[in-house]
Ligand binder design. Structure first.
Ligand SMILES: CC(C)(COP(=O)(O)OP(=O)(O)OC[C@H]1O[C@@H](n2cnc3c(N)ncnc32)[C@H](O)[C@@H]1OP(=O)(O)O)[C@@H](O)C(=O)NCCC(=O)NCCS
Length: 408
């Protein structure tokens, strides 16, 4: 018999042991103090069989920026795992319901997560709302264009630092950055340390500008006298164009480096290729989903953002992953969990017949402006009269694209 309960502080080590086994990483021992700071036990649920933990899930309290610059209290879902002895019997489903209920109780209208596998979370109402562009840059073959300051003698505004000795400064710049970046999450010093602190033998270099920050690790490769170290850019944010240029100037000036790679630091529509003399120098090696979001309270969430046109729509929400043939001929009122009227004045529950039907998971990309109505309709996540598509895209769209560099 499996029972569900809230995690207690003395169960954290046991939960971590289960979680590390299920995810395939060693249990946390040397950083148990940081782990205890970021895990708030009453935000975590555990499943127990005969008194032993067999599964767990929880959330961190964060804020996500929506179009227009407001932020929404967000449950950042994490640590979802079930022991191999207890999978596929509905434990995750129960834990997700617990987390959604908890978000409502805590007045957090949005939930976000990053998925270990793509097939799990849409059924729980989560849709891909930000993406990462994985890139590879051949440092030796690339120079910044003169307008971006290719003269490295003017690098004076950037200092190389040990990142964890400058957390206050870094987080103050980050806070300015994330409030202007749709889809980005807030960070605390403890979360920053938890996510980024390197193992004792690893080197992490910080580049600090008054309006930006970059952080990278170096993988040495001397190649018998033909050095071609790898530079892995793990974090990068800039509030101003000058900071962006100065930080890139610095990164491209790290001698002995051959390839620069980045997994999360470069947005899909980042202007970096245009700053280089050879735009193809930024090779996109992958495009993958990052933040999946669930709009728990559509009225609160869609009231928080701004829109690009003065249009309005009545949106019917369906708590199923796909809109099947039923929706082709009619939008019956009983198909919808909620119907929300959305306009530039805000969002409110409506009794009207919807003119757009969307799955709960597709609300995420609409909220952040990540997905076009045309594509969502082709993928059966949205139904509307095709003549509405252009209006919907103009209304919900954002520029630049939403992006979230934060791991959790
Ligand atoms: C992924 C994991 C959490 C699923 O837990 P679980 O308790 O077996 O899931 P449930 O039994 O509650 O399944 C709920 C639904 O999800 C589906 N599902 C579960 N795991 C899935 C997977 N890996 N891929 C696709 N679908 C999956 C089930 O088929 C079920 O579908 P249905 O209710 O629509 O029929 C578990 O396998 C696990 O811990 N894996 C290793 C760690 C991990 O990847 N965690 C996720 C972190 S983001």
């Amino acid at each position: 018999m499996v029972d569900f309960s809230t995690l207690t502080p003395d169960e954290l080590t046991e939960l971590n042991a289960i979680d590390s086994r299920n995810f395939g990483y060693p249990p946390v021992t040397d950083r148990a103090d940081v782990m205890a700071k970021v895990v708030e036990p009453d935000r975590f649920v555990v499943a127990k069989d005969n008194g032993k933990i067999v599964a767990g899930a929880g959330s961190y309290p964060m804020d996500m920026t929506v179009p227009g610059g407001r932020t929404l209290a967000t449950s950042a879902v994490t640590w979802v795992s079930v022991s191999a002895t207890h999978t596929r019997r509905g434990i995750t489903r129960t834990m997700m319901e617990w987390l959604h209920n908890e978000a409502r109780q805590r007045d957090e209208p949005l939930l976000a997560l990053t998925a270990s596998e793509g097939g799990i979370y849409e059924r729980f109402g989560y849709g891909v709302s930000t993406r990462h562009r994985l890139v590879s840059i051949d440092r030796r073959a690339n120079r910044l264009r003169p307008f971006a300051g290719s003269d490295h003698k003017s690098n004076g505004s950037v200092r190389l630092v040990e990142p964890f000795e400058h957390l206050d400064e870094i987080l103050a710049i980050y806070d300015r950055y994330r409030r202007n970046q749709v889809g980005e999450l807030s960070r605390t010093a403890d979360m920053f340390t938890w996510c980024y602190q390197p193992k004792p033998d690893d080197l992490l270099v910080g580049a600090l500008h008054p309006d930006g920050f970059a952080m990278w690790g170096i993988k040495p490769d001397w190649d018998d006298g033909y050095p071609r170290h790898g530079l892995d850019l793990v974090d990068f944010f800039a509030v101003t164009e000058q900071a962006n240029h100065a930080l890139w100037r610095t990164i491209l000036s790290v001698d002995l480096v051959g390839e620069i790679t980045a997994r999360s630091a470069i947005a899909p529509d980042d202007p970096l290729p245009m700053l280089l003399e050879d735009p193809r120098g930024v090779r996109t090696t992958g495009l993958r989903d990052h933040a999946w979001i669930r709009v728990e309270d559509p009225v609160r969430c869609f009231s928080a953002r701004t829109y690009r046109t003065s249009d309005s729509f009545t949106v019917g929400v369906v708590d199923e992953p796909i809109l099947d043939e039923r929706f082709d001929s009619t939008f019956k009122r009983n198909y919808f969990t909620e119907v929300v009227a959305i306009s530039g004045d805000g969002a409110k529950l409506s009794r009207r017949r919807p003119d757009v039907a969307v799955t709960r998971a597709a609300l995420g990309p609409l909220l952040l402006g990540a997905g076009s109505a045309t594509t969502l309709a082709a993928g059966r996540r949205l139904r509307a009269t095709p003549t509405h598509f252009e209006r919907l895209d103009a209304f919900f769209g954002v520029n630049p694209l939403p992006h979230c560099r934060t791991y959790f």
